[in-house]
Design a protein around this ligand. Structure first.
Ligand SMILES: Cc1cc2nc3c(=O)[nH]c(=O)nc-3n(C[C@H](O)[C@H](O)[C@H](O)COP(=O)(O)OP(=O)(O)OC[C@H]3O[C@@H](n4cnc5c(N)ncnc54)[C@H](O)[C@@H]3O)c2cc1C
Ligand SMILES: NC(=O)c1ccc[n+]([C@@H]2O[C@H](COP(=O)([O-])OP(=O)(O)OC[C@H]3O[C@@H](n4cnc5c(N)ncnc54)[C@H](OP(=O)(O)O)[C@@H]3O)[C@@H](O)[C@H]2O)c1
Length: 266
């Protein structure tokens, strides 16, 4: 069994029983090069039983593999970080949730994905719209590029069910305090009315309404000056895309550049 593993969960932080941040270190010590926004694949054996040997005498292990966006900067060279939520009945996450710090895991040596800033010129306004763990690729971009002039302004609008689901909240609030050109709005939809949450309630679309957005950022959201990146729940992506297309934005394609970019998690 040991042979299929090539990496180790070196840190594991539980936000709540259904959401966690893990750091994975390749046993080779070499983190593959990647561009913030890209993803890799993690794998765990389908069967917990010791595997049977194949004709060559090597163990045959069927892996369940799933894609996960890196939350770490590509400048972190000794680990890759991932933000994950538990999917009830999900084949990967039910197995992953039994793992703990120090346990082995399979990490693909390859990274991939087009959900990066590569096609965006310097100095634009970037709007990062996420639900749940969809904040992960934006955390990687912010960690890597904040303070470099890569964007004029960056605006992160993130929807969660509950306040306890918010990942990287303290870190992003800190960035917003230190950088006048970074705006962070976490939003919740299912937080009990009598909780101590003092932030915004509602879905991310509300923060993209022209009046709200302009008051927050101090400038309108226009297709000429802005690129919008969306990640997470596909229903959110469809809804926001329709909203923005009605305002002159256009989906980005490799052979037909636009200013809406998205990564669907399912
Ligand atoms: C490019 C890419 C990057 C991804 N990055 C991340 C990441 O950084 N963090 C992360 O938690 N997940 C991420 N995912 C989702 C991840 O790959 C798995 O689908 C997820 O962990 C569930 O796997 P599972 O085997 O437990 O459930 P499955 O058996 O694969 O899924 C069961 C069903 O749950 C739903 N589902 C899948 N993922 C989610 C989710 N995240 N939230 C709500 N419902 C879901 C779908 O309807 C799916 O059909 C990413 C997916 C893609 C395509
Ligand atoms: N977070 C939890 O407490 C919890 C509990 C049990 C299980 N889970 C499991 O964890 C997985 C991920 O859950 P999650 O809460 O991270 O992700 P999620 O279900 O995508 O919800 C995250 C946020 O996205 C919002 N959203 C949903 N559809 C939208 C749309 N069309 N437009 C805009 N916003 C939209 C949700 O609002 P709405 O609330 O209005 O849908 C919520 O605020 C799921 O499999 C879920 O079953 C989570």
């Amino acid at each position: 069994m040991q042979a299929v593993y090539n990496a180790t969960i070196v840190e594991q932080y539980e936000l709540n029983p259904l959401a966690r941040i893990i750091k994975v270190r390749p046993d080779s010590g070499e983190v593959p090069n990647f561009e913030p926004g890209q993803f890799t694949t993690l794998g765990l054996p389908l069967d917990e039983e010791p595997p049977k040997s194949g004709p060559d005498g090597k163990p045959r292990v069927k892996l369940i593999r799933r894609a996960y966006s890196m939350a770490s900067s590509n400048q972190a060279r000794d680990h890759m970080e991932f933000f994950m939520s538990f999917v009830g009945g999900g084949r990967m996450t039910t197995r992953l949730w039994k793992r703990k710090q120090g346990d082995p895991i399979w990490l693909s040596p390859k990274v991939t994905g087009e959900f990066t800033l590569t096609s965006v010129p310097d100095g634009k306004d970037l709007v990062f719209v996420a639900t749940g763990t969809g904040i992960a690729p934006f955390v990687s971009m912010i960690r890597r590029y904040r303070g470099t002039g890569r964007w004029r302004r960056a605006v992160a609008l993130v929807g969660y069910r509950l306040a306890r689901d918010i990942g990287y909240g303290a870190e992003l609030e800190q960035v917003a305090r230190e950088d006048d050109n970074f705006f962070y709005v976490p939003m919740v939809t299912r937080e009990p009315e009598d909780s101590d949450w003092r932030g915004m309630r509602g879905r991310v679309q509300q923060a993209l309404e022209p009046k709200f957005y302009e008051k927050l950022v101090g400038t309108p959201l226009t297709p000429e000056q802005s690129h919008v990146f969306m990640c997470g729940n596909p229903a959110m992506i469809d809804g926001v895309q329709a909203m923005l297309e009605a305002r002159g934005f256009k989906a980005h394609k490799l052979n037909d550049p636009g200013n809406i970019h998205f990564e669907r998690y399912w």
